[in-house]
Design a protein around this ligand. Structure first.
Ligand code: ATP
Ligand code: MG
Ligand code: FE
Length: 338
């Protein structure tokens, strides 16, 4: 069956055509980042307007690249939330129109379920599995006891990892979003400024990154007060190592405690080279299978939304035409069968 999926939760307008939930025929991503960069972050009003301008064109492009016609589509999936309300609305309205016009089911989909199930486009998922979600707005450890059942066992209490990367990147004078630049600088660094690790309570799977971000800013100020120029690459390395230590140690501990058979890495920060390598090495040490999406499938894209929507398609769990865009939406509540 052919599923057309739409993702407009933030600043990427993306449309994909996926066969049988796993075979990506097209995955068109139109990023607005050049527009938002001058403001140092995503401007919600502008994001909505840009989605309106491009959604029809991107749908057509996805259809053309998949080499199908619109009439072949069997279902339409869309990111329902979480995300920017105005941005989500554009996708939801487009998806409803298509569902109505083509008379096919509509599947409202959770953005983070999409990030997690991007892994299903890469390989077979073995349950129970543990997902380490590291994105621009989320940092979570999600236990999947079975397919489509999400249980959050840890989450950030302040900044998400991607958010911390972007704030640190700004302090290191990189353009927005700066995560990839910090990653590259950290890889190239020869020195390291050792920064604190935020472990929280010994039994907690929660995270906190705002203190680490402040530590980077404090180091920069300290150097400048002494009339020295801060060593940006040593700071990038120190920041990246602290983040990677904490998220991977907690993920490995949870994997052991819950006896999972597979680790899944996902979200935009899963594109981080240092993190991919470290997690691969730790999982390798204990013989735990690991899936990580390709970089294109880590950051926001519609193919991952199709992969998650497929869970609902196979169970006949469809949305009605009164589907609403939800800026805040619970992942656990989106589980199949609920
Ligand atoms: P969410 O999925 O939580 O709603 P989002 O969709 O805005 O948030 P994603 O697109 O999943 O976020 O990820 C974007 C984030 O990933 C940005 O913060 C960006 O800096 C970060 N990122 C991308 N590549 C890298 C990298 N190589 N190293 C570190 N961070 C990265
Ligand atoms: Mg984005
Ligand atoms: Fe995302």
């Amino acid at each position: 069956y052919l599923l057309l999926a739409i993702e407009t939760s933030c600043d990427e307008t993306s449309v994909a055509v996926v066969r049988d939930g796993r075979n990506v025929l097209s995955n068109i991503i139109s990023s607005q980042i050049d527009t938002h960069r001058q403001f140092g972050g995503v401007v919600p009003e502008i994001a909505s307007r840009k989605h309106v301008e491009s959604i029809t064109i991107i749908v057509e492009e996805a259809i053309r690249e998949a080499d199908i016609s619109l009439e072949n589509i069997d279902a339409v999936a869309v990111t329902q939330g979480p995300g920017l309300i105005g941005a989500l609305l554009v996708g939801v309205v487009a998806a409803k129109s298509l569902s109505l016009a083509l008379d096919v089911p509509l599947i409202g989909t959770h953005h983070i379920a999409g990030h997690i199930y991007a892994n299903h486009l890469i390989g077979d998922i073995v349950y129970p599995a543990l997902a380490l979600v590291v994105s621009g707005g989320h940092t979570e450890l999600v236990l999947l006891e079975q397919e489509g059942k999400f249980r959050i066992i840890g989450r950030t209490r302040d900044d998400a990892v991607g958010e911390a990367y972007d704030k640190v990147a700004r302090a290191l004078q990189f353009p927005y979003p700066g995560g990839p630049y910090v990653d590259k600088l950290a890889q190239e660094a020869t020195e390291e400024v050792v920064l604190p690790r935020s472990w929280l309570e010994p039994d907690s799977y929660d995270f906190s990154f705002s203190g680490l971000k402040s530590a980077v800013l404090a180091e920069i100020n300290r150097s400048r007060m002494k009339g020295e120029s801060p060593d940006f690459s040593a700071l990038a390395r120190g920041f990246q190592n602290s983040v990677i230590d904490v998220v991977t140690v907690k993920a490995m501990k949870a994997a052991k405690e819950f006896g999972v058979k597979q680790m899944l890495l996902c979200g935009g920060v899963a594109a981080n080279k240092g993190l991919r390598e470290r997690l691969a090495s730790l999982c390798g040490d204990v013989g735990l299978p690991l899936l990580i999406p390709t970089n294109k499938l880590c950051t926001d894209n519609a193919a991952m939304i199709a992969a998650a929507a497929d869970l609902k398609w196979r169970r006949g769990e469809f949305s009605t035409l009164d589907l609403k865009a939800e800026p805040i939406l619970s992942l656990e509540d989106w589980s199949v069968g609920s």
